[in-house]
Structures are given as structure tokens and as C-alpha cells.
Design a protein around this ligand. Structure first.
Ligand code: PLP
Length: 396
């Protein structure tokens, strides 16, 4: 019997080590990684400075619990606040947990303002995690199926539609809006320009908290440290995870303005969250991201890959079967096909390339942000060739 509960249909490969944008299996076969552990290893695999920092920290102190001051956790909070415009942080161990903290903040905030049933506006197609609160906020019915009863208190509106978010106020007592600046699992969905600014204005006008889930888009992925920086918008609550620890599990829920001061002693907690090892990992990641201009690199490489994909897929865009759209920002790229794209994952794997397909027909590329130009070109060329071949076969 499988010793693991089979929550994942795993691909037939196991990696033994990695370096930069490459992973290696036990036969020393090399794989070019265009997924980065699902937008986690933004600085690539086995980064020497991260390895050294973790080893150094492990020799000193791994964990003490949040019953004591943890100076390195406080330094990380100060650092994150200074770069994001937020005021205070709660650290946890995953994206779902960061969103749970956000949802609890929204509810407390609502109760503090006299709402009896405070609700959170969420979007169709959203993905916020697998724990019950985050699952209730998630839009994909397939992910939610079989887990009723889920917590209530969420009002769902179309993604990218600020008027619909405003109208949610007629359906419930709204305390907050929780959205992804670009939807990841939902299919790399880029909202209309100006939407985040409209949401910011709406929340200011109504006294709602603007809560941004930057778990997938954050830490340089879209070409800025945060995706909301493209719009000059600062949220009241910001959730991070994935790239923050480059593989060491850490999540963060940051607050400012009206969301600061909502949670006090005893209102929320975690045994592991923000322990010295995780905090050291995240501080080291932020040092490298800033020093090496990693977000700018993601912006430049993203444009390069998009251009190359458009060139290589010329003639298939708009054709049937074909490519419906190539979209994304920085190194968060989706290629939407008019046919099922799932078979491409195994075909790519056989060629030594790791890609992902989400929402059934969207090839998703989330490579490490430290790719070389040559590696970026190689991914674009190989992915385009696989897609052309797949489309040709689909018309037979
Ligand atoms: N939010 C977003 C936008 C995500 O992409 C994910 C994971 O894919 C999550 C939340 C959940 O994060 P985790 O799997 O670390 O709980």
C-alpha cells in the first residue's frame, strides 16, 4: 500500500539534488526547472548563500517558540515592513495559514466595527489554500467538492470587476476584500488595468480592508517585489509565503492602518511560525533579492520569454486548435490553449523540462528568477515546440 495518502498524482521522477535552475534525478538526468517548486525557489536550487546561512543558523538555534522574543523574527518583520509599506507582521508556515490569519483579522475588524456577520468579498477562480477558511475563500468548485460544510461569510464576485465588488455590499455586511493581484492556480489571469486601484478606492470609501494574497505573485515573481507595486497600491493586509523562504516553509500576514492592532495577545498563534531558521532563510532571501536586483531581472526575462513565445508560436495564436492567449507578468506566464493541455507536462518531463498546467488548458511557467538568458530562451523554444506538436496532433 502507498505509505502516503495519495493527495497528489505524482509524476514518475524523484530528484536528488539541484543547482540554479536545474534539478537532477538519481540517474544524473538533468531537468530544466520552469516551475521552481510552484513559485517557491525564486533564487533557484542549492543557492550557496542560503545553504550557508541555514547551516550557520542550525548550529546556533532552530526553534524556541513564540513565548519568547526572537530578535531575528523582529528583524525580518522590520525589513518586510520597510520594503512593503506595511506596519507589522505575523509569521506562520504556509500560504493557507497566512490567509487564515487574514480572514481572522477581517472578522475581528468587522466585529470591532459592530458588524454581526462580517463577510469577505472573494473572486471567482481564486485560490487561497486548502485549510477550511482558505478553502471557503477559494473559487474552484472542484477543490471545494466533498468538504461541506465550509465556513460561511464569503461573498463571491467576478474577478477583475470592481463594480461587482462594490455591489457585494448590498448582499452582506462586508469587512474586507481578499484577492490575488494576478490569479495563479486559476490560470494566470491578469485583471484589467486599474482594477486594484479601483478596489483600493472602494475599500477606502466603505471602510473595508483591502487584503492582497501575494503568496504566488510576491518576492519578485512579477517583476516587482510585490505585484501591487505595478499599480502603486498598498493593501491593509498582505499575505506572503512561497518565495519568501526559497523552500524553507514560512508564511507572513502583514498589516497596516486600520488592520494594525486588530489582533492582540491570545487572539491568534502558532508554534513554529517565524522560528529562527525560517526567519534567517527569509532575511537571506530578501538580502539577495535586493542586492542582485532579482525583481528587475524577472521583469526583463519575462519580456524576453513572452517575445520569444509569441515569435515561436506565431501562426497558432487565434487558430483552432491553437493558442487562445499568451499572458502574464514577469516570470509568471500562462499560455492558454483551446484544447486540454495536461498531456504536455509528461511530454516536457520526458525531454528534461519541468512545466505545469493549471485550469486544464493553461501551460504555466514559473521558473526561478535567477535564470540565465540562455535558459529563458531554451524554455520558451522547447515549450513552444511541445505546444506546436500537441496542437498538430489535436487536429488529427
Ligand atoms: N494563495 C495563493 C495565491 C496560492 O497560489 C497558494 C498556493 O498555491 C496558496 C494561497 C496556498 O499556499 P500553501 O500551499 O503554502 O498553503
Amino acid at each position: 500500500m502507498d505509505p502516503l495518502i495519495p493527495t497528489y498524482a505524482r509524476l514518475p521522477v524523484a530528484f536528488t539534488h539541484g543547482k540554479g535552475a536545474w534539478l537532477y534525478d538519481s540517474d544524473s538526468q538533468a531537468y530544466l526547472d520552469a516551475l521552481a517548486g510552484i513559485a517557491v525557489c525564486n533564487l533557484g536550487h542549492a543557492h550557496p548563500e542560503i545553504a550557508e546561512a541555514l547551516a550557520d543558523q542550525a548550529r546556533k538555534l532552530l526553534h524556541v517558540s513564540n513565548l519568547y522574543h526572537i530578535p531575528i523574527q523582529e528583524r525580518l518583520a522590520e525589513r518586510l515592513c520597510a520594503t512593503t509599506g506595511m506596519e507589522a507582521a505575523f509569521f506562520c508556515n504556509s500560504g493557507a495559514e497566512a490567509n487564515e490569519a487574514a480572514i481572522k483579522i477581517a472578522r475581528r475588524y468587522g466585529h470591532d466595527r459592530g458588524l454581526t456577520e462580517p463577510a469577505v468579498v472573494v473572486a471567482d477562480g481564486a485560490f487561497h489554500g486548502r485549510t477550511l477558511g482558505a478553502l471557503a475563500a477559494t473559487g474552484n468548485p472542484k477543490v471545494r467538492e466533498g468538504f461541506a460544510p465550509l465556513p460561511g461569510g464569503f461573498v463571491r464576485v467576478p474577478y477583475g470587476d470592481a463594480a461587482a465588488a462594490a455591489a457585494a455590499g448590498d448582499r452582506a455586511e462586508i469587512a474586507a476584500v481578499l484577492v490575488e493581484p494576478i490569479q495563479g492556480e486559476g490560470g494566470v489571469v491578469v485583471p484589467p488595468a486599474g482594477w486594484l486601484r479601483e478596489l483600493r478606492a472602494l475599500c477606502d470609501q466603505r471602510g473595508w480592508l483591502l487584503m492582497l494574497d501575494e503568496i504566488q505573485t510576491g518576492i519578485g515573481r512579477t517583476g516587482k517585489l510585490l505585484a501591487c507595486h505595478h499599480d502603486g497600491v498598498t493593501p491593509d493586509v498582505l499575505t506572503l509565503a512561497k518565495g519568501l523562504g526559497n523552500g524553507v516553509p514560512i508564511g507572513a500576514c502583514l498589516v497596516r492602518g486600520p488592520a494594525a492592532g486588530v489582533l492582540g495577545p491570545g487572539s491568534h498563534g502558532t508554534t513554529f511560525g517565524g522560528n529562527p531558521l525560517a526567519a534567517r532563510a527569509a532575511l537571506t532571501v530578501l538580502d539577495i533579492v535586493e542586492r542582485d536586483g532579482v525583481a528587475d531581472r524577472a521583469a526583463r526575462l519575462g519580456e524576453r520569454m513572452m517575445d520569444r513565445l509569441h515569435t515561436e508560436l506565431d501562426g497558432t495564436v487565434g487558430a483552432h486548435p491553437g493558442v487562445a492567449e499568451i499572458r502574464g507578468r514577469g516570470l509568471m506566464i500562462g499560455i492558454e490553449l483551446t484544447v486540454d493541455a495536461a498531456p504536455l507536462v509528461r511530454q516536457a518531463l520526458q525531454q528534461g523540462l519541468l512545466i505545469n498546467v493549471t485550469a486544464g488548458n493553461v501551460v504555466r511557467l514559473l521558473p526561478p528568477l535567477i535564470l540565465t538568458d540562455g535558459e529563458a530562451d531554451r524554455i520558451a523554444v522547447e515549450v513552444a515546440a511541445l505546444i506546436r506538436h500537441h496542437l498538430a496532433a489535436a487536429s488529427v
